[in-house]
Design a protein around this ligand. Structure first.
Ligand SMILES: [Zn+2]
Length: 562
């Protein structure tokens, strides 16, 4: 069966529908019921069902639905019962239904218009939804008006919505405000979720979720449709597909910003996540701004980047800015003579001159072959997550490529063990890995409102094994109520801290032979005192008054003194 009517139909009815369709075709045209059902569209099936139920069938009602009748019903009721009053005469009220066995519409019509005889018409589900939408968002413009801002052809190119301009339609103003506030407050994501009584939306700012003022529930479908329209996705798609992904662009004060869109159908409606791919964030440069690592770390990073072949792995939890750093490294390595390819899912940041490949998990193996044929010099692989991707990284490094990638482990030294867990022999990873790095993002105190503290609490010094020099060191803490500058948060922005374990030829040899464990290697690097650990980098930020203890202990494990 190829049809889906959005309501259940039992086997006996399916069989009657098939017979009805066979009866409509010339004698002997169909072999059997299976054949007719295999080729039947939703519309033909609905038409046959209407015949069986002895009610009229109409494909389209939106052009002649009586607006005053429509307004006589609560949009929420129309939505719940999936019915639409269409027209009336002296004795009857014609109403559209999607499901001939659902009596909600008939009950509602006879209650509201007791003197008229309710006359159902079977109409496709998507058409009914379309009409209900024109009334369900009373504050916004009509669906027809909304469609006028939709771009005619569903092209692949990104459409831009100006969020800093004045909009006439209330709904456009609402969506523009949600997005422009998010960009202004430097949110990385906007979440919109349907609840029972309202639509909640929240921003993720510096990793924390902040809930905003809820939106009336009646606007939920309008907001949904508006955003889908920005991507040129037809509103019907949202009832058909459980998940929708896409991309659109906004203009904010003459700056264009890409938005990556994910939508999941939920019990109450939907959950939308919009990731704001602000170029200001992606154009992060090594050694500057949020990537201003300490000089020794930066020097070491640049040194390992200059090694012609081998793997550089960045570890850290989700949201630790691993790909921002890798992309900054890639931008640094991006020269016209280098052939650079990326394997990402999805592509986050397009760098001119770099060949980005959007790779889906099941395409991994077949893509590698064609991928390697183009003979890249540098490969950026989104993540090592399974044996396939681990083997590709090793193979590419052995055959003389530079590979940048990420992996999920808390500590840099655990990268080697993680490769082993995925099924790679220790000697292979020991000989190809050039640098094992771990990164965290640390929240920075708002300079305008941070509060000075003469010293740290003795209890904290003992609990976190803090070094003696911090005992009498002046530090700063967050002002809980914040200020206007930081939107009442007390923190403003984040900075990355990085620890590197370089794998020199000598250490690589000892690791291969099993004379050195990854943990012993980490201790060796630390005891040499040349390269700081995540903990040391973090404590430096505390000494400099850039962050507070609270922010540090949320991002790094301070409980052991290493
Ligand atoms: Zn502040």
């Amino acid at each position: 069966m190829n049809f889906d009517l959005n309501f259940p139909v039992n086997a006996a009815t399916v069989s009657r529908i098939a017979d009805e369709l066979i009866g409509l075709a010339p004698e002997g045209f169909y072999e059997d019921q299976d054949e007719v059902l295999a080729g039947a569209s939703n519309l033909r099936v609905l038409g046959a069902l209407a015949k069986i139920c002895e009610i009229p069938f109409l494909e389209r009602i939106r052009d002649f639905t009586d607006q005053s009748l429509l307004e006589a019903f609560d949009p929420a009721l129309l939505n719940r019962g999936l019915f639409v009053p269409v027209s009336r005469d002296d004795s009857r009220l014609y109403f559209a239904i999607a499901n001939p066995w659902d009596t909600t519409g008939e009950d509602a019509v006879s209650t509201r218009f007791p003197d008229l005889e309710p006359q159902p018409i079977l109409v496709p589900y998507a058409e009914i939804i379309q009409v209900i939408e024109t009334v369900s968002g009373a504050m916004g413009p009509s669906n027809r008006e909304l469609e006028s801002i939709e771009v005619e052809e569903q092209s692949e190119s990104v459409q831009y919505f100006d969020v800093s301009a004045e909009h006439e339609e209330p709904l456009a103003r609402l969506v523009a405000k949600i997005l422009s506030d998010a960009i202004r407050e430097r949110a990385s994501d906007v979440h919109i979720k349907c609840g029972i009584d309202d639509v909640t939306f929240s921003y993720r700012i510096d990793g924390d979720m902040r809930e905003k003022k809820p939106i009336p529930i009646k606007l939920k479908n309008r907001i949904d449709a508006f955003i889908l329209n920005l991507m040129g996705i037809a509103p019907e798609e949202r009832v058909k597909r459980p998940g929708i992904s896409g991309r659109f662009g906004v203009v904010y004060l003459n700056r264009t910003i890409d938005i990556r869109f994910e939508r999941h159908r939920t019990y109450r409606g939907f959950h939308i996540t919009m990731r704001i791919l602000d170029k200001a964030h992606f154009e992060a440069k090594l050694g500057v701004g949020s990537l201003s690592f300490d000089p020794a770390t930066l020097f070491e990073l640049e040194r390992v980047m200059s090694i012609p072949a081998g793997i550089i792995v960045m570890s850290g939890p989700t949201g630790s800015g691993k790909s921002t750093t890798l992309n900054a490294m890639l931008r640094e390595l991006n020269r016209p003579e280098e052939n650079i390819l990326t394997l990402e899912n999805p592509v986050e940041d397009e760098i001119p001159g770099v060949m980005h490949c959007d790779i889906r998990p099941n395409e991994f193996k077949p893509m590698i072959t064609s991928f390697m044929r183009s003979d890249p010099d540098i490969i950026l692989m989104g993540e090592v997550r399974d044996l396939d991707s681990a083997e590709l990284a090793i193979e590419a490094a052995i055959t003389g490529h530079k590979v940048l990638t990420t992996i999920h482990t808390p500590r840099a030294s655990q990268i080697i063990e993680r490769f082993e867990q995925l099924g790679i022999e220790r000697w292979k990873i020991a000989q190809t890995l050039k640098a094992a790095c771990a990164q965290r993002l640390i929240k920075l105190l708002c300079r305008s409102c941070r509060v000075s503290r003469d010293r740290l609490l003795e209890r904290d010094i003992r609990k976190f094994h803090l070094p003696d020099d911090l005992r009498n060191h002046r530090v700063f803490a967050r002002k809980p109520e914040g200020c206007a500058e930081c939107n009442g948060r007390g923190y403003l922005g984040r900075t990355a801290i990085l620890e590197i374990i370089p794998i020199t030829p000598e250490w690589s040899d000892q690791l291969s032979k099993g004379e050195l464990t990854p943990y012993e290697l980490e201790k060796k690097v630390r005891s040499s005192g040349e390269l700081p650990s995540l903990r040391e980098c973090g404590l430096d930020l505390l000494r400099e008054g850039k962050t507070d203890l609270e922010a540090l202990r949320k991002s790094i494990d301070l409980s052991s003194a290493e």
